[in-house]
Design a protein around this ligand. Structure first.
Ligand SMILES: [Zn+2]
Length: 267
């Protein structure tokens, strides 16, 4: 079966050697690749993954444009890279225009790295412009191992955003909200929000993961690994172990990804 990973990271070669040890120290997680593009491709080969969505984060507003120009310069047919935005950028409207001009179809936001809360009214104009752009908005959702509460992308906060701006295309990583799955069930289950499978296995039972996927709607769930922070091969095995059946596996591993981002189809 064709496998597409909807949640990956790599760093520019000259940055990976510094970024990975720093992030390992702050999160207590071990990286499963060296953090480079070549390392990601080797991991994909080992796991039988054909193509992947890469999700860079601009950790401050000044970096938005350079991150996007770097991402746009990467010519690797197996990787589709998302744009980066920062809600605190004083020139966010121009940033969104640049993201669209460079051809990105999705953008990544990380409330903890970027120090904002999704339910702060001051960001509504920014999110309204994103909704109108049609861009897919990929959130780090739920807790983050490198940070302490309060959280900025909790399921209740994403639900608030969805209430304010119906039609906004929210992707809530980590099965709707890392270590906040009770809140996810209360606030987002079944609603028009996408999510990936990363960082759920071993956190909650396989039975509960299967139940969340089926009840939320298998058309809205994507295979994602958060590589390098999890091992892609192990994550493929974890999803297969759920015994979802061929039809649902096809949706998670490739069908939903190709429908949402057709560029992922042909490596
Ligand atoms: Zn990630």
């Amino acid at each position: 079966m064709r496998i597409i990973d909807f949640h990956c990271h790599f760093f520019p070669d000259e940055l990976a050697g510094r970024a990975i040890p720093r992030m390992e120290a702050s999160s207590g997680c071990r990286a499963f690749t060296d953090g480079t593009r070549a390392g990601l491709l080797r991991s994909m080969d080992r796991a039988g993954i054909e193509s992947a969505l890469v999700l860079p984060v601009a950790t401050n507003p000044e970096k938005v444009s350079s991150v996007n120009r770097f991402s746009a310069s990467v010519a690797e047919p197996r990787l589709v890279i998302a744009g980066a935005l920062h809600p605190k950028s004083p020139v966010w409207a121009g940033d969104i225009k640049e993201v669209i001009a460079l051809g990105f179809k999705a953008v990544k936001l990380h409330p903890e790295y970027q120090n904002f809360r999704a339910d702060e009214p001051e960001y509504l104009p920014f999110f309204a412009a994103l909704r109108d752009s049609g861009l897919l908005l990929v959130f780090h959702a739920g807790q983050d191992l490198s940070y302490n509460p309060p959280w900025g992308g909790a399921p209740s906060q994403l639900a608030w955003l969805l209430d304010q701006l119906p039609g906004i295309k929210i992707f809530a990583s980590h099965l709707g909200g890392y270590r906040m799955w009770d809140e996810f069930e209360r606030c987002l289950l079944g609603r028009p929000v996408y999510m990936d499978t990363s960082f759920s296995f071993g956190e909650i039972s396989d039975e509960r993961i299967r139940s969340l996927i089926v009840r939320h709607g298998p058309d809205k769930v994507f295979f994602g690994t958060d590589s390098p922070w999890l091992d892609q091969k192990t994550e493929v095995e974890n999803v297969l172990r759920l015994g979802l059946g061929a039809e649902l596996e096809e949706k998670l591993f490739n069908g939903n990804a190709i429908r949402l981002l057709p560029e992922l189809e042909s490596p």
